[in-house]
Design a protein around this ligand. Structure first.
Ligand code: HGY
Ligand code: MN
Ligand code: MN
Length: 422
């Protein structure tokens, strides 16, 4: 059951919603979303906003060598590993107001509510903003939580380049968020991430809380297709080496692999660049991305094998060539059962409808689970729409998620370090 402190303690729902709307103005788009890509000036602006509010909530703030921000609220015994909450403040190019943001700002709201109630926890608490969760500007996703968990080296991260050739390491320095603390040096007692589901299940089943048990496996690839630039007007059809036509067949093959392993598999081409991208030149080169996902790693591997074969087939007998590089492999993750039980108990104690669920989207928690007991809490978003400016969550659901976060954190503090007297 949840600890004594969580019984009647609640977060301030209006203050939380106001903070979400305030940060939504940083990078706001005309269609009501947010464009706040990693390590841009807008990312620096929202980071500064977050640091200032954590400091005026009495936290000490530290920045590590990957720009991860940790805001620490002291506990009774500050030698204990902190119980952490968090997510990410970077967004997709056509992102919504809630993806990542509610996990960071609900963590801040938990600290503010504990301050208001004068509650002292055994262990310190922390709220963390992870750099480059989205992986949109710098692939792969969850890059800095991955370094924190030992999945990547700092130098690998620093050398990642965006599509304009800018280096992650240079941009991190440029916005002033390359800290001194070695990334990963900070040990966590537990980590909880509140996030919108980004899928349709909770809303369809009219459940308020998703008790997340894990994250599906995912792999990213980069393909470069090579034909030959030629004149669109004077090159007969049978003499062409059209890289974009070949790519179109490849994209159809990606779709077929996803459908062949449906309903649990997904396969996506999201990024494509045709070169020279001129309306009267036959494209001689095309670069595109592939994202494959499934709850079972063995199926992701089978999808990759099927895809490799299908891509070879699309160019058989032609002079088109291609390279196929796997740039990211994030195996399926199962969260810590004690943390999952804390979320389930909190949801029940607070009277929220809930169900267990596996995450289709990747999250920083997927990597943090490698180095600390970790789990997630989901709340619904309208029609499951996300990575879209229309993304929408209800204030009541966000508040419910934050109340579950508060209760689960207090429960874990009591479970790990003993009941508090206040
Ligand atoms: O790709 C993902 O699932 C996450 O949104 N970065
Ligand atoms: Mn996210
Ligand atoms: Mn996202």
């Amino acid at each position: 059951m949840t600890s004594v402190g969580a019984g009647n303690l609640r977060i301030d729902a209006d203050r939380l919603w106001a903070s979400i709307m305030e940060t939504a103005a940083i990078g706001a788009t005309e269609k009501g979303g947010i464009k706040r890509l990693t390590l841009t000036d807008l990312d620096r602006e929202v980071r500064n906003w977050f640091v200032a509010r954590c400091e005026n909530a009495g936290c000490s703030v530290s920045i590590d060598t990957l720009g991860n921000i940790s805001a620490r609220r002291p506990g009774r015994d500050n030698s204990l590993p902190p119980i952490a909450m968090g997510s990410h403040l970077d967004t997709q190019p056509t992102g919504g107001k809630f993806d990542g943001v509610i996990g960071v700002l609900s963590g801040l709201e938990v600290l503010r509510s504990l301050n208001d109630a004068g509650v002292e926890t055994n262990a310190p608490l922390e709220v963390i903003n992870w750099t480059n969760e989205e992986g949109s500007r710098f692939a792969p996703a969850m890059l800095s939580s991955g370094v924190f968990a030992g999945a990547f080296t700092p130098d690998y991260a620093y050398d990642r380049e965006d599509r304009e050739g800018k280096r992650f390491g240079d941009e991190l320095i440029r916005i002033g968020y390359k800290g001194d603390e070695p990334c990963g040096a900070r040990k966590l007692g537990a980590f909880f991430e509140l996030h919108i589901e980004q899928g349709p299940i909770l809303e369809a089943e009219e459940r308020t809380i998703g008790i997340v048990t894990g994250v599906q496996g995912m792999r990213w690839y980069e393909v470069t297709v090579t034909g030959m630039d030629c004149h669109a007007g004077s090159t007969p059809m049978h003499l062409r080496q059209d890289a974009l036509v070949a790519t179109a067949r490849m994209i159809a093959a990606v779709q077929s692999v996803g459908l062949a392993h449906a309903p649990d598999a997904v396969a996506t081409v999201g990024l494509i660049e045709a070169r020279p991208n001129s309306r009267n030149v036959i494209p001689g080169e095309v670069f595109f991305s592939i994202d494959l996902r499934h709850p079972q790693d063995t199926v992701v591997a089978a999808m990759e094998a099927d895809l490799r074969h299908a891509l070879d087939e699309t160019v058989a007998g032609t002079r088109i060539t291609f390279t196929f590089d796997r740039i990211w492999d994030s195996p399926a993750v199962h969260f810590d059962e004690a943390c999952v039980s804390s979320v389930a108990a909190a949801s029940e104690a607070l009277g929220y409808s809930s169900r267990r669920i596996t995450s289709g989207a990747g999250h920083d928690a997927a990597y943090i689970a490698r180095v600390a007991p970790t789990t997630m809490i989901f709340v619904p978003c309208e029609k499951g729409i996300s990575h879209n400016e229309l993304e929408k969550a209800e204030p009541g659901d966000v508040a419910a998620g934050a109340n579950v976060l508060l209760a689960a954190v207090l429960d874990t503090d009591a479970r790990l370090y003993g009941p508090r007297d206040r």
